[in-house]
Design a protein around this ligand. Structure first.
Ligand code: ADP
Ligand code: ZN
Ligand code: ZN
Length: 735
């Protein structure tokens, strides 16, 4: 039989950085789109996803290769997710083959079965149930095992914990008293039939209005901004909105920032509704992630709480998407497939015809703009729930003030007062390590990273120098390599140094530091946060990690030590980020019985941004900032695409981006500006020279068209062999 008769064409998305699909010959019946196939790709075997059944291929049939194996009998991804991924790939100008794996758990990407783990259980047989246990009295372990298993089946690992080894079990199996069977856990999603709404709080007027606004339109697409100050009860609103949806058997996707996905968050949802709530985050292992993913896809999970990548999770019956802290930077992926999970979530809700709720105390200017132009419904919570008060705010002028580890005497005095009153104090400094630079006091030498245009950060823990840009590490030198002096001193202040100072100034008050250095291990941040809430620590020092989403009701004084850098940054988003950080931090202070105080140290107390923020609040600041963005033609009043390029030599990068700039300009797209090439904030990083080219215009469609064309042109350029380039659509960081 001629083999080409029984084979036909499938088009496969392959996980390689190429902007095209590949055709293979497949046995009949053809695997449906969304099924995984193993394919030969050069010398490798890869797992790809069928995306189409083309009627013909550009490759002559004789040259087409047969695929090696079909891995699925049913698609692992439904048409809705496949279409969302295709849309994302084209919007972000990223190869679909590399985009699709984002929708799949790692084990599925690798070709493992997309199935629940089959759990093996030991059961007592009928004979085992009937036998007199005394008959086993000479085999104590067997007796113990059977006694236990007569109460119910157990997994081998659970039995091991009871110190019952497999020898005893197999002996019982031989006697016909036990048997081992696998049991598929049930995932049928019947949680809706015995749904229990739990006790909610009595909503205040604003909360009730917000709930009604979403609930009354929950059967169609609508984007809602829940603009509510910290502690105004946004989570309570989410829960109330979920109630009728869950009752109707609809599932919910709740997206939170990386740092916000704590057991507390999950428990708050679990406590309220007795439905399966699953989490998805990077701390879970591959097996746990696969199980959670399957539970969402097959309907067994009612609520998924996940970080950025959860936006691609398939659901059987998704009813709503909620994004908490929608302004948070961690929703944007900053390498590879550079998507913004918030923006994709809005698109997903739109395509699925369901509501999406974006919650924040400090909405991003993009979202606020959408709310003000009527694209999103604007719901406000202006009062703290319960009867907590908002904090008082003070700007402390530190010009010519002698600082100790960045701390002014005035702030130290305030700390002493608040601590003496039995309260907690939180200090915020956005620099980890001991000092941001190490310099020689004799000759001025400073320790610079050899691979980056950056200073090493001095870390006292481990006595090392660490480059925060390329992660290279060196031991702390004892002498200056230039002049031999041993007077090496720190320049600037990091959280380690502040911690050291405070343990000497306030020895009676335990200090805890929260930054990336001491929260790396799984569960470490959790433990710290739990201890803070339990009052174990009195002084909390942190980077912006500490600012996000955690309620510390006993904190009555918050100090921001050094924010001046953001006032004069080259990044047009720096002011927005500072305003968000400040407002979030300020929102953590105090409660009803203990009003809070927020102190901001600055060399520029008269700066308009600081004045506006402290006197008029975030909303007013946002208005001013939006006016400024409009005047300057910056997002959200324009759209951007940022080409980044890097290579071993500066000339290669420069030539490449210059040619690209000329190509883009020669296309003469009306109103599209091509800015650059310019060096980023750091020209050399990890040994590579880097430059960028910004393309910007007031309308999205022509910009997207131009970029699409340019990217296809680029693929044929010989320069791309030496230069690594990427395109970032709607970049949030211009470096
Ligand atoms: P947010 O998410 O806006 O910061 P939360 O939902 O965490 O606010 O609520 C802050 C606190 O106020 C929580 O302790 C919550 O239990 C309480 N709370 C929320 N809504 C109400 C309400 N309607 N009545 C009383 N307390 C409430
Ligand atoms: Zn020196
Ligand atoms: Zn470096």
């Amino acid at each position: 039989m001629d083999s080409s008769q029984t084979l036909d064409l499938v088009r496969v998305a392959v996980p390689v950085p190429l902007r095209r699909h590949f055709d293979y010959l497949s046995p009949l019946p053809l695997p449906e789109p969304g099924c995984r196939v193993e394919i030969p790709f050069g010398p490798q075997t890869l797992v790809g996803l069928v995306v189409d059944h083309p009627t013909e291929s550009q490759v002559p049939r004789a040259k087409l290769k047969p695929l090696k194996r079909v891995l699925d009998t049913a698609p692992v991804l439904g048409p809705d997710i496949l279409a969302l991924m295709a849309w994302s790939a084209s919007y972000y100008q990223h190869p679909l083959g590399e985009v699709l794996p984002h929708a799949l758990p790692v084990l599925v990407r690798k070709g493992e079965p997309a199935a629940y783990r089959e759990l093996e259980f030991w059961f007592a047989t009928e004979a085992g149930m009937a036998i007199d246990l005394n008959e086993l009295k000479r085999a104590a372990k067997q007796q113990q095992a059977l006694a236990l298993l007569r109460k119910g089946p157990q997994t081998p690992s659970a039995l091991k914990q009871e110190e019952i080894q497999s020898a005893a079990l197999t002996a019982l199996e031989k006697k016909g008293l036990l048997e081992k069977r696998s049991l598929e856990p049930s995932h049928d999603g019947d949680w809706a039939t015995h749904f229990d709404a739990g006790e909610g709080l009595r909503l205040n007027g604003e909360q009730a209005l917000a709930v009604a606004a979403v609930t009354s339109q929950s059967d169609k697409f609508g984007a809602f901004l829940l603009d509510g100050i910290t502690g105004s009860g946004k989570t309570e609103v989410y829960l109330s909105i979920l109630e009728p949806l869950l009752k109707a058997g609809r599932q919910a996707l709740v997206m939170v920032p990386e740092i916000g996905l704590t057991p507390q968050t999950i428990n708050r949802f679990r406590r309220r509704f007795k439905v399966p709530v699953v989490a998805m985050n990077s701390a879970m292992n591959d097996r746990e992630r696969l199980d959670a993913w399957l539970a969402c896809r097959d309907g067994g999970a009612a609520i998924l709480i996940g970080t950025r990548s959860a936006v691609f999770t398939p659901f059987k019956n998704l009813g709503i998407i909620i994004i908490d802290e929608e302004h948070d930077g961690s929703f944007k992926q900053q390498d590879g497939f550079r998507y913004h999970a918030r923006d994709l979530a809005v698109m997903r809700a739109h395509r699925a015809g369901i509501p999406i709720l974006l919650g924040s105390a400090t909405p991003s200017l993009e979202t606020l703009h959408n709310a003000r132009t009527g694209k999103y419904h604007h719901l406000s919570l202006t009062r703290r729930a319960g009867n907590a008060q908002t904090a008082r705010q003070v700007i402390l002028d530190i010009k010519s003030v002698r600082l100790q580890a960045g701390l002014s005497p005035q702030l130290e005095q305030l700390m002493a007062e608040h601590l003496a009153a039995g309260n907690q104090v939180m200090l915020f400094l956005n620099r980890r390590g001991y000092a941001p630079a190490l310099i020689c006091h004799q000759c001025g030498w400073s320790a610079a990273c050899e691979r980056c245009d950056a200073w090493y950060t001095w870390h006292q823990a481990g006595r090392r120098l660490h480059c925060h840009h390329c992660d290279s590490v060196r031991p702390l030198p004892h002498h200056c390599p230039e002049c031999g002096s041993n007077e090496l001193i720190g320049s600037g202040v990091g959280t380690e140094q502040l911690e050291q100072l405070l343990t000497t100034v306030f020895p009676q008050y335990p200090v805890v530091r929260i930054d990336r250095d001491n929260t790396r291990r799984k569960g470490e941040l959790e433990t710290h946060l739990g201890d803070i809430k339990a009052g174990k620590y009195k002084i909390l020092i942190g980077t912006q990690m500490l600012a996000k989403g955690h309620h510390f009701p006993d904190v009555t004084l918050v100090g921001l030590l050094d924010v001046d850098g953001a006032l004069f940054s080259a990044d047009f988003r720096a002011a927005e980020k500072l305003a968000q950080l400040y407002t979030q931090v300020a929102g953590r202070a105090g409660r009803a019985s203990k009003p809070g105080l927020v102190v901001l140290q600055s060399h520029h107390p008269e700066h308009a941004l600081l004045q506006d923020l402290t006197q008029n609040g975030y909303g007013h600041f946002a208005d001013t900032a939006l006016k400024e963005r409009r005047l300057l033609g910056l997002p959200p009043f324009s759209y951007q695409g940022l080409f980044r390029a890097e290579a071993n030599g500066r000339d290669e990068v420069q030539l490449f981006l210059t040619r690209l700039a000329e190509t883009l300009r020669s296309a003469r797209y009306p109103q599209v500006q091509v800015l650059g090439p310019i060096s980023g904030f750091m020209e050399r990083k990890a040994g590579k020279f880097r430059m960028q080219l910004l393309v910007q215009g007031p309308n999205r469609a022509p910009l997207a068209q131009l970029l699409d064309w340019a990217v296809k042109e680029l693929d044929g350029w010989p320069e791309t062999k030496k230069v690594r380039w990427s395109l970032d659509i709607d970049p949030t960081e211009l470096n």
